[in-house]
Ligand binder design. Structure first.
Ligand code: SAM
Length: 282
């Protein structure tokens, strides 16, 4: 299967041929373990008619099996050397899959449109320093997405999947929860990468559902979330004072939303944040 096409020696040979010294800045740690790649593709649950977007295809370890599983893959890669090489690698190793691939050489953070067919799934081994903002911006910009399966630093995976009250529950957990049910699907050791990073990884699975039913816009709700967590140790009454206009107004809005003003943001669900944000409109 396509998961075995880019083994460790091939990855190293390709990197050498491209004179590529993997950079930290772009989080270039390439997967060299077929089982990890298979697991990612399986957990992503891709159907043969589906269109997938991959962020940071790198040398193609994950792209090849994605092409095998899906109808179409759009691969967004910031590094011009890798973006140029990817179609050549696919043609070389799996010629029959080339017409399913579109490569976009761009920074995923600034990407506003994707070529058709629009993706239903985002699958990626993400560059770790931009993982959370990249995922959140894709959720916001590409509303055809129904599922996400990403490999990120374990600590970030735990944060994304955390439930209210958990000590790592924070802005990423709440915002991801606007779109989807998020869970930590598995843990992955650092030795599946070349070069090996100095942290372990986690696989995060997101399944989309309706956003909380509210008259407030997502933007208003997210502004409330940002305010609540900007002062993590403060009570909501204090943390939301600036956002609401005054402590008195914050207290009124919290009570109207049925939320105890002496709580901290780390205890609230996305639905409760939406209920608070609604009060500002009224
Ligand atoms: N998917 C490959 C794999 O699993 O072997 C590579 C994963 S590596 C962790 C991250 C990849 O994302 C690198 O190829 C890197 O060049 C690319 N990358 C980093 N920052 C990016 C950005 N802002 N937009 C698009 N790609 C980016």
């Amino acid at each position: 299967d396509a998961a075995t096409l880019l083994t460790a020696p091939r990855v190293r040979a390709l990197a050498e041929q491209l004179q590529l010294r993997p950079t930290k800045q772009w989080g270039q740690n390439f997967v060299i373990d077929p089982n990890t790649v298979r697991k990612i593709v399986r957990l992503a649950g891709i159907g043969p008619d589906e269109s997938v977007v991959e962020i940071g295809p790198g040398l193609g370890s994950l792209t090849l099996p994605l092409l095998e599983a899906a109808a179409h893959v759009t691969a967004v890669e910031i590094d011009p050397r890798l973006a140029t090489q990817l179609p050549l690698t696919v043609a070389d190793l799996a010629l029959q899959l080339t017409d399913r691939l579109a490569v976009v050489q761009q920074d995923a953070m600034t990407l506003m449109t994707l070529p058709d067919p629009q993706p239903v799934a985002l699958v990626a081994n993400l560059p770790y320093n931009v993982a959370v903002p990249v995922v959140l911006s894709f959720l916001e910009r590409f509303p055809t997405l129904r599922r996400v399966l990403v490999m990120v630093q374990l600590e970030v995976a735990e944060r994304l999947a955390a439930a209210p009250g958990n000590k790592v529950y924070g802005v990423p957990s709440v915002k991801a929860g606007w779109y989807a049910d998020v869970r930590l699907a598995d843990r992955v050791g650092r030795n599946v990468f070349w070069p090996a990073p100095n942290v372990d990884s986690g696989l995060v699975s997101m399944t989309f559902r309706e956003p909380p039913s509210t008259t407030a816009s997502r933007k208003d709700v997210f502004a409330c979330v940002d305010a609540a967590f900007a002062a993590r140790r403060k009570t909501l009454r204090a943390a939301l004072a600036g956002w609401a206009g005054s402590p008195v107004e914050a207290e009124r809005m919290l009570r109207a939303a049925g939320v105890d003003p002496s709580l901290r943001g780390e205890r609230l669900t996305i639905g409760q944040f939406a209920a608070i944000a609604e009060q500002r409109i009224g």
